[in-house]
Design a protein around this ligand. Sequence first.
Ligand code: C5P
Length: 229
Amino acid sequence: MHAAAIVAAAGSGSRLGADRPKALVPLAGRPLVAWAVEGLLAGGVAEVVVTVPAAERAAFAAALPGTIRLVDGGPTRTASVRAGLAALTGPGRTAPDVVLVHDAARPLTPPEAVARVLAALAAGAQAVVPVLPVVDTTVVVDDDGVVTAAVPRAPLRRVQTPQGFDRATLVAAYAALDDAAELTDDAAVVRSAGIPVGTVPGDERAAKITVPHDLALAGLQLADLQVAR
Ligand code: C5P
Protein backbone atom coordinates (compact mmCIF):
# COMPACT_ATOMS: atom_id res chain seq x y z
CA MET A 1 0.00 0.00 0.00
CA HIS A 2 1.62 3.26 -1.14
CA ALA A 3 0.69 6.03 1.30
CA ALA A 4 1.11 9.74 0.65
CA ALA A 5 0.31 12.63 2.95
CA ILE A 6 -0.82 16.19 2.39
CA VAL A 7 0.17 18.58 5.16
CA ALA A 8 -2.06 21.66 5.24
CA ALA A 9 0.28 24.49 6.20
CA ALA A 10 -1.00 27.46 4.21
CA GLY A 11 -2.83 29.19 7.08
CA SER A 12 -1.76 32.45 8.66
CA GLY A 13 -2.12 31.39 12.28
CA SER A 14 -3.28 34.82 13.36
CA ARG A 15 -4.71 33.42 16.63
CA LEU A 16 -1.19 32.45 17.65
CA GLY A 17 -0.13 36.09 17.30
CA ALA A 18 3.14 35.17 15.54
CA ASP A 19 4.95 37.28 12.96
CA ARG A 20 5.01 34.42 10.45
CA PRO A 21 2.73 31.59 9.23
CA LYS A 22 1.87 29.26 12.12
CA ALA A 23 3.55 26.27 10.43
CA LEU A 24 6.90 28.11 10.60
CA VAL A 25 6.65 29.02 14.27
CA PRO A 26 9.47 27.23 16.11
CA LEU A 27 8.93 24.55 18.74
CA ALA A 28 12.23 23.69 20.48
CA GLY A 29 14.05 25.43 17.63
CA ARG A 30 12.30 23.61 14.75
CA PRO A 31 9.28 24.85 12.77
CA LEU A 32 5.96 23.15 13.56
CA VAL A 33 5.72 21.87 9.97
CA ALA A 34 9.07 20.04 10.26
CA TRP A 35 7.83 18.18 13.36
CA ALA A 36 4.56 17.28 11.64
CA VAL A 37 6.30 15.93 8.52
CA GLU A 38 8.73 13.88 10.60
CA GLY A 39 5.87 12.21 12.51
CA LEU A 40 4.15 11.20 9.28
CA LEU A 41 7.31 9.68 7.78
CA ALA A 42 8.07 7.82 11.02
CA GLY A 43 4.50 6.47 11.03
CA GLY A 44 4.80 4.84 7.60
CA VAL A 45 3.97 7.50 5.01
CA ALA A 46 6.23 7.30 1.92
CA GLU A 47 5.65 10.69 0.31
CA VAL A 48 4.65 14.11 1.66
CA VAL A 49 3.28 17.21 -0.08
CA VAL A 50 3.05 20.41 1.99
CA THR A 51 0.63 23.18 0.98
CA VAL A 52 2.22 26.55 1.75
CA PRO A 53 1.37 30.26 1.45
CA ALA A 54 2.64 31.18 -2.05
CA ALA A 55 4.72 34.07 -0.71
CA GLU A 56 6.52 31.86 1.81
CA ARG A 57 7.84 29.09 -0.41
CA ALA A 58 11.50 29.90 0.24
CA ALA A 59 11.05 29.86 4.01
CA PHE A 60 9.28 26.47 3.86
CA ALA A 61 11.94 25.06 1.54
CA ALA A 62 14.57 26.06 4.09
CA ALA A 63 12.60 24.43 6.91
CA LEU A 64 12.04 21.03 5.27
CA PRO A 65 14.12 18.24 3.68
CA GLY A 66 14.54 18.57 -0.11
CA THR A 67 12.49 15.38 -0.67
CA ILE A 68 9.32 17.11 0.56
CA ARG A 69 7.30 18.74 -2.23
CA LEU A 70 5.76 22.18 -1.74
CA VAL A 71 2.51 23.28 -3.38
CA ASP A 72 0.85 26.71 -3.22
CA GLY A 73 -2.19 26.56 -0.93
CA GLY A 74 -5.47 28.39 -1.41
CA PRO A 75 -7.55 30.93 0.53
CA THR A 76 -9.27 28.22 2.63
CA ARG A 77 -8.11 24.92 4.09
CA THR A 78 -10.46 23.15 1.66
CA ALA A 79 -8.81 24.91 -1.31
CA SER A 80 -5.34 24.10 0.03
CA VAL A 81 -6.08 20.37 0.37
CA ARG A 82 -7.61 20.37 -3.12
CA ALA A 83 -4.31 21.75 -4.47
CA GLY A 84 -2.30 19.15 -2.54
CA LEU A 85 -4.46 16.34 -3.85
CA ALA A 86 -3.98 17.47 -7.46
CA ALA A 87 -0.20 17.46 -6.95
CA LEU A 88 -0.16 13.78 -5.96
CA THR A 89 -0.92 12.59 -9.48
CA GLY A 90 0.29 13.54 -12.93
CA PRO A 91 2.69 12.41 -15.63
CA GLY A 92 5.52 10.26 -14.31
CA ARG A 93 3.99 9.88 -10.83
CA THR A 94 2.69 6.68 -9.27
CA ALA A 95 -0.66 7.58 -7.75
CA PRO A 96 -0.73 6.62 -4.06
CA ASP A 97 -3.32 4.06 -2.93
CA VAL A 98 -4.16 6.04 0.18
CA VAL A 99 -3.82 9.66 1.29
CA LEU A 100 -3.48 11.04 4.79
CA VAL A 101 -4.41 14.69 5.31
CA HIS A 102 -2.71 16.28 8.29
CA ASP A 103 -2.51 19.73 9.90
CA ALA A 104 0.93 21.27 10.29
CA ALA A 105 -0.61 22.67 13.47
CA ARG A 106 -0.44 19.18 15.10
CA PRO A 107 3.36 18.90 15.33
CA LEU A 108 3.73 16.21 17.99
CA THR A 109 1.36 13.62 16.54
CA PRO A 110 3.08 10.34 17.51
CA PRO A 111 4.02 7.87 14.73
CA GLU A 112 1.76 5.26 16.41
CA ALA A 113 -1.27 7.48 15.79
CA VAL A 114 -0.31 7.75 12.12
CA ALA A 115 0.19 3.97 11.95
CA ARG A 116 -3.31 3.33 13.37
CA VAL A 117 -4.86 5.35 10.56
CA LEU A 118 -2.77 3.50 7.94
CA ALA A 119 -3.71 0.12 9.47
CA ALA A 120 -7.43 0.91 9.21
CA LEU A 121 -6.98 1.84 5.53
CA ALA A 122 -4.95 -1.33 4.89
CA ALA A 123 -7.85 -3.28 6.43
CA GLY A 124 -10.20 -1.78 3.83
CA ALA A 125 -11.63 1.42 5.34
CA GLN A 126 -12.43 4.10 2.72
CA ALA A 127 -12.17 6.92 5.25
CA VAL A 128 -10.99 6.99 8.85
CA VAL A 129 -10.37 9.68 11.46
CA PRO A 130 -8.56 9.59 14.83
CA VAL A 131 -10.89 10.59 17.66
CA LEU A 132 -10.85 11.23 21.39
CA PRO A 133 -13.71 11.24 23.90
CA VAL A 134 -15.19 14.47 25.25
CA VAL A 135 -14.36 14.64 28.94
CA ASP A 136 -16.01 17.95 29.89
CA THR A 137 -19.72 18.43 30.43
CA THR A 138 -20.90 19.91 27.14
CA VAL A 139 -23.79 22.35 26.80
CA VAL A 140 -25.66 24.50 24.29
CA VAL A 141 -26.00 28.24 25.02
CA ASP A 142 -28.23 30.96 23.55
CA ASP A 143 -27.04 34.32 22.17
CA ASP A 144 -26.77 35.68 25.73
CA GLY A 145 -24.57 32.81 26.86
CA VAL A 146 -27.32 31.23 28.94
CA VAL A 147 -27.30 27.42 28.99
CA THR A 148 -30.30 26.03 27.14
CA ALA A 149 -29.44 22.33 27.02
CA ALA A 150 -26.89 19.77 28.11
CA VAL A 151 -25.57 17.48 25.39
CA PRO A 152 -25.11 13.81 26.33
CA ARG A 153 -21.36 13.44 25.91
CA ALA A 154 -21.04 9.66 25.64
CA PRO A 155 -21.51 9.58 21.83
CA LEU A 156 -19.43 12.75 21.21
CA ARG A 157 -15.87 12.62 19.88
CA ARG A 158 -13.18 15.23 19.16
CA VAL A 159 -11.71 14.69 15.70
CA GLN A 160 -7.97 14.99 15.03
CA THR A 161 -5.66 14.52 12.06
CA PRO A 162 -4.12 12.77 10.18
CA GLN A 163 -7.35 11.69 8.54
CA GLY A 164 -6.96 8.78 6.12
CA PHE A 165 -8.68 8.05 2.83
CA ASP A 166 -8.66 5.75 -0.12
CA ARG A 167 -7.22 8.20 -2.68
CA ALA A 168 -9.81 7.63 -5.40
CA THR A 169 -12.61 8.11 -2.86
CA LEU A 170 -11.15 11.42 -1.64
CA VAL A 171 -10.55 12.68 -5.19
CA ALA A 172 -14.15 11.85 -6.17
CA ALA A 173 -15.54 13.56 -3.05
CA TYR A 174 -13.54 16.75 -3.72
CA ALA A 175 -14.63 16.68 -7.40
CA ALA A 176 -18.28 16.52 -6.30
CA LEU A 177 -17.86 19.37 -3.79
CA ASP A 178 -18.94 22.89 -4.69
CA ASP A 179 -15.86 25.04 -5.48
CA ALA A 180 -16.87 27.60 -2.88
CA ALA A 181 -17.52 25.06 -0.10
CA GLU A 182 -15.47 25.57 3.07
CA LEU A 183 -15.45 22.54 5.34
CA THR A 184 -13.26 22.32 8.42
CA ASP A 185 -11.93 18.86 7.69
CA ASP A 186 -11.67 16.24 4.96
CA ALA A 187 -13.94 13.72 6.64
CA ALA A 188 -16.73 16.27 6.14
CA VAL A 189 -15.90 16.32 2.42
CA VAL A 190 -16.24 12.54 2.02
CA ARG A 191 -19.32 12.43 4.26
CA SER A 192 -20.94 15.03 2.00
CA ALA A 193 -20.45 12.46 -0.79
CA GLY A 194 -22.22 9.81 1.28
CA ILE A 195 -19.10 7.81 2.25
CA PRO A 196 -19.06 6.37 5.80
CA VAL A 197 -16.18 7.60 7.98
CA GLY A 198 -14.70 5.16 10.51
CA THR A 199 -12.69 6.02 13.63
CA VAL A 200 -9.50 4.90 15.38
CA PRO A 201 -8.24 6.10 18.76
CA GLY A 202 -6.52 9.49 18.57
CA ASP A 203 -3.81 10.75 20.93
CA GLU A 204 -3.78 13.75 23.27
CA ARG A 205 -0.22 14.47 22.09
CA ALA A 206 -1.64 15.22 18.62
CA ALA A 207 -3.32 18.35 20.03
CA LYS A 208 -3.70 21.29 17.67
CA ILE A 209 -1.66 24.44 18.27
CA THR A 210 -4.02 27.38 17.99
CA VAL A 211 -3.25 29.86 20.78
CA PRO A 212 0.06 30.63 22.60
CA HIS A 213 -0.88 28.37 25.54
CA ASP A 214 -0.96 25.36 23.16
CA LEU A 215 2.60 26.10 22.08
CA ALA A 216 3.73 26.29 25.70
CA LEU A 217 2.12 22.88 26.39
CA ALA A 218 3.83 21.34 23.37
CA GLY A 219 7.17 22.63 24.69
CA LEU A 220 6.49 20.94 28.03
CA GLN A 221 5.55 17.73 26.24
CA LEU A 222 8.96 17.71 24.53
CA ALA A 223 10.81 18.47 27.76
CA ASP A 224 8.97 15.52 29.34
CA LEU A 225 10.04 13.21 26.50
CA GLN A 226 13.66 14.26 26.91
CA VAL A 227 13.55 13.54 30.65
CA ALA A 228 12.01 10.10 29.92
CA ARG A 229 14.87 9.23 27.50
O1 C5P B 1 -6.78 27.59 11.16
P1 C5P B 1 -6.64 26.16 11.53
O2 C5P B 1 -5.67 25.91 12.65
O3 C5P B 1 -7.96 25.45 11.71
O4 C5P B 1 -5.99 25.47 10.24
C1 C5P B 1 -5.76 24.08 10.19
C2 C5P B 1 -4.63 23.79 9.21
O5 C5P B 1 -5.03 24.17 7.89
C3 C5P B 1 -3.36 24.58 9.56
O6 C5P B 1 -2.25 23.67 9.57
C4 C5P B 1 -3.28 25.62 8.45
O7 C5P B 1 -1.97 25.97 8.08
C5 C5P B 1 -4.02 24.94 7.29
N1 C5P B 1 -4.61 25.91 6.34
C6 C5P B 1 -4.28 25.84 4.99
N2 C5P B 1 -4.80 26.76 4.08
C7 C5P B 1 -5.62 27.76 4.51
C8 C5P B 1 -5.98 27.83 5.89
C9 C5P B 1 -5.47 26.89 6.78
O8 C5P B 1 -3.52 24.94 4.59
N3 C5P B 1 -6.05 28.65 3.63
